[in-house]
Write a protein that binds this ligand. Sequence first.
Ligand SMILES: [Zn+2]
Length: 57
Amino acid sequence: MAGQSCPICGKPTDRGTKPFCSKRCADIDLGRWLDGRYRVPTDEAPGPGEAPDDNDD
Ligand SMILES: [Zn+2]
């Protein structure tokens, strides 16, 4: 499967570390996963894709 991109940084996936571009991004993703699993969400900012954006129309 070609054309995949790293879910962390968007760079082309490396077949040795897919679906990430590098071991580093794989570690980042793992860290996020563990973070979300073991930490209780408090009043932190919402996840990615929920950035507040005032649309003054
Ligand atoms: Zn990456």
